[in-house]
Each structure stands twice: as C-alpha cells, then as structure tokens.
Design a protein around this ligand. Structure first.
Ligand SMILES: Cc1cc2nc3c(=O)[nH]c(=O)nc-3n(C[C@H](O)[C@H](O)[C@H](O)COP(=O)(O)OP(=O)(O)OC[C@H]3O[C@@H](n4cnc5c(N)ncnc54)[C@H](O)[C@@H]3O)c2cc1C
Length: 443
C-alpha cells in the first residue's frame, strides 16, 4: 500500500454482506470508501446458504440477472427426524417459481460476496483483499477518544478516515477491543453463539431435481430437527445449489459443550439418518467449513455507535435466530443504514457519537429491530427446546406411521393404539407449557 492511499472518507473492516452493502451505498454517493478484507477475496471465509434479498433488491434491482445465484427457492420443507421414522411438511407456491421468487435464493457466499465486492468497485469503492486490520487508530480530543482510522498488519502508519464501519462478523477481535477502549456499553446479557457447520456435495443438476421433485432451475430449502441433534438446541438444513447440495447444522455452542458432543459427531449422525442419506447418495464432498453465529437476540445487542465508529452485521449481533435464521439480509440492512448515517455525518462534517447515532435511530425504526425485539424471550425457548425435542419428533413421526399401520382390526382400534402410544408417559401439562414458551423462537 503506497503513502498516497493512507486516507479515505470512510473505512469498512470486513467484506461480508454488511460491510459490502455499506461500502456500496457510500461509493454510490460518491464518497471515497475502502473495504479491508483479511481473506484472499471477499467471501473466502463465509458459508451461509439462504439469501433473503429484500435489501439487495433495493440496492441492485437487476441483481437476479447479474449475481451468482444458485437457485431460487420454489419449495420449502420442515421435518422431524426420529431414529426409525420421519415427518416432513413440504410447502410452496406457484408464485415462488416466478420472479421475484419470494426474494429467497440459495447462494454460495464465496461466489456471492465476490460479486457484491465487484459491485462496490463498479460504484467507485476500493477493496483491499488479503489485508488484516489489527486495531483501530484512536485520537484524543480533550477528554474524548475518537476513532480516526485503522492499523493494518505490516504497516507502520495508520490508515486514516474520519469514520470506520466495523463489519468483522461474529466474535470480531477488533470490535471487542474497540468496545472496551471506547467504553461502549454491552447488551443486558453477554452474547451467545450457535456453531454452524456446512458441507457442499456435488451432484448433477438432473439428480438434484429428481430427488427433490423440482422443476428445472428451481431449488428447495429443507430444515430438520430431531434425533440426530441429540436433544441439543439446534437443527440441520439441506439446500439445493445448481449442481451441489449444501448440508449443514446450526447448534447452540453452549448446549454442545455442556453435553460434550463434538460437532463432527453431530454432522455424521445427521448424514447417517436414512432420510438425509438418500439425498446425498452418489455425491462427492467438495468442501467443509464451520463458523459462529450470534444468537443472543436483542438483549445481547450493545451500543453500536461511538465517536468515529459504527458496528454492523454479525459484529453487532444483528441476527434473527428464530426459525427464519436471517443473517445476511439483516447484515446488509444494517450496513446500508450505517452508510446513510455516514453520508449525513459527511454533510454535517460531524462524526461525533451524537451525529452517528442516527444509525441507532434508523435501526430502531427498521423491521430488523422489530424482528429482533420479538426474540427477547429466546433464551426461555432455548431452555425448553431440548426437552421438547427429546419427546416430540419421534412421538409425532411414530403417530403418523402408527395411524397408517395395516392390521386385520378395525381402524378405530388402530387410531386408539396410535394415540395411546403417542401420549404414553408424556407429561402433558409440562409439554403444553413448553410449547407455549417455544413461541419465543417464532420471531
Ligand atoms: C453455517 C452457517 C449457515 C448460515 N446460513 C444462513 C442462511 O441460510 N441465511 C442467512 O441469512 N444467514 C445465514 N448465516 C448467517 C450469515 O452468514 C451471517 O449473518 C452473515 O454472513 C453476516 O454478515 P457480516 O457481513 O456481518 O459478517 P461476515 O459475513 O462474517 O463477514 C465478515 C468479514 O470480515 C472479515 N474480517 C473479520 N475480521 C477482519 C479483520 N480484522 N480485518 C479484515 N477483515 C476482517 C472476514 O474475513 C469476513 O469476510 C449462516 C451462518 C453460518 C455459519
């Protein structure tokens, strides 16, 4: 990096969806913005699979014809897995098979983030790849400490800008240190994390379409809970790419460590389930990765703006960890709102916390915070989840199997036996209470 590059109007740390959307907005406004990404390219370290595109479609309306999208999701399914049985609720709409495809896509982030980075460059922004931000650069102004840039690994001089957007993703070390140095208040409770693991399996497009019952070009998204997850808080997913499947799981880290279960064992158990195994048959494992996801909900979100600083995306804990598991779209929304606050700050020439807290206000009024605020009781739901998962998936799957059992007896007896078996020994009041608490996960 030459001396002439050591100043910008805004620096973004991290080229994930949050940082790239912030940079895209800033560059479009004509601001000189530089995104610093430690990976060899944007998306090199990212994993996620489903992209809700409501925010992207506002920024790049013609993205469906430009972005590397794997398949639109035309069909969704939610299932219970039990050792010897399963239940699968599959649903869709003819509307999902035509544009705008319910704004739901399967994407591989390695390709998608790279494309989004190219949009930032097209708009006039700069992406510095393979470059690590080690620390923020601080300056004192009277009794106030403000952020005035970043320190890059291997560079002596700081890289200056009046405002830095931290988009480091989950468990960002620079973010953590900045919070402490700038005395930014934390959330009401510490952040908690889910561990996400994903594998990509190669399969021919026609095999995928046959196995999932899809029209050519259409995709499916399946989510599963039940026995492979050993009563832990979490579940698995299976998404269809063009010529590959993305199979993975997200399990609350705390419940995994408490139960002393290894993520590899969980993944092997998930893949070994006959209902899952059949989708992978004949496939070739292409890649594997693991990443943390903030799942603490609104009470784990702390202060997000300070003098010269804004925090966005997973680094800010802005993930909807309900059944929607929405991270990337919310990351993009927070990135865009942060950029709007930075644009306003440039107009005013004021990068103080007061000025930049426009971001907090816009966030509060957005659907993001509305959704997140509904997760304030998610911890209670997480507490009862293992108990319910130990009971319900197999009971429900067995009930359906038993209802259709063929025997030379009246059907009334078959039904009676099926319900008796399903309810036998079930603590009914407790289960009803648990189900009520589970609404905290609906989002
Ligand atoms: C297995 C798994 C499945 C998921 N599935 C979904 C899904 O289906 N749908 C969904 O919406 N969300 C999903 N998510 C969540 C989603 O991936 C995140 O919410 C989203 O990526 C957050 O975007 P971000 O830009 O905040 O952070 P990230 O995407 O994590 O990007 C942060 C970037 O910052 C870079 N960086 C970090 N530190 C530094 C540094 N010091 N210097 C320079 N660069 C740095 C990183 O290399 C990275 O590129 C999933 C997550 C996982 C782990």
């Amino acid at each position: 990096m030459g001396e002439e590059n050591l100043e910008a109007q805004a620096i973004v740390v991290g080229a994930g969806p949050a940082g790239l959307m912030a940079a895209h907005k800033l560059a479009k406004e004509g601001l000189e913005v530089i995104v610093v990404e430690r990976g060899q390219y944007a998306g090199a370290k990212n994993l996620s699979g489903l992209l809700y595109s409501t925010v992207l479609s506002e920024a790049v309306p013609d993205f469906p014809s430009k972005a590397p999208l794997e398949r639109p999701v035309c069909k969704r399914a939610m299932g219970f897995l039990a050792p010897e049985s399963f239940t699968l609720l599959s649903f869709g709409s003819s509307k999902w098979s035509v544009p705008p495809h319910n704004q739901t896509w399967v994407v591989y982030r390695a390709q998608f983030d790279r494309w989004l980075a190219s949009q930032v460059e097209e708009a006039g922004g700069t992406i510095l790849e393979g470059t690590v931000v080690e620390e923020l650069f601080y300056e004192e102004e009277g009794s106030m400490t403000k952020v005035s840039g970043v320190r890059i690994r291997g560079e002596e001089e700081p890289f200056r800008a009046p405002v830095v957007i931290l988009a480091e993703g989950a468990v960002g070390l620079v973010t953590e240190r900045a919070r402490s140095r700038l005395k930014m208040h934390s959330g009401e409770k510490p952040q908690s994390y889910g561990l996400g693991i994903k594998e990509i399996w190669a399969l021919p497009a026609s095999t995928i379409e046959d196995r999932f019952g899809l029209d050519p070009g259409c995709g499916a998204a399946m989510e599963w809970v039940g026995s492979p997850f050993q009563g832990l808080v979490g579940g698995g997913f299976l998404y269809t790419g063009k010529e590959s499947l993305a199979l993975g799981l997200i399990v609350k880290l705390e419940s995994m460590t408490k139960a002393k279960v290894s993520p590899q064992d969980l993944m092997e158990g998930f893949k070994a389930n006959p209902e899952i195994r059949k989708y992978l048959k004949g496939g070739e494992l292409l890649e594997y990765g693991a990443h943390l996801i903030p799942e603490g909900g609104p009470r784990a979100v702390g202060q997000l703006s300070q003098h010269g600083l804004l925090i966005v995306g997973d680094a800010a804990g802005l993930v909807n960890a309900s059944m929607y598991h929405e991270g990337a779209n919310l990351a993009m929304l927070s990135g865009r709102l942060a950029a709007e606050a930075v644009i306003q700050a440039h107009l005013l020439g004021d990068f103080s916390r007061e000025s930049l807290s426009l971001y907090d206000r816009m966030l509060k009024e957005s659907f993001l915070m509305e959704d997140l605020s509904r997760l304030k009781n998610i911890e209670r739901a997480h507490m009862v989840f293992p108990r319910l998962m130990a009971e319900l998936p197999s009971r429900f799957a067995n009930l359906l199997v038993d209802l259709f059992e063929q025997a030379p007896v009246p059907k009334r007896e078959i039904r009676k036996h099926a319900f008796q078996r399903a309810l036998d020994g079930l603590p009914k009041l407790q289960t009803l209470l648990d189900l009520w608490k589970m609404r905290g996960m609906l989002g």
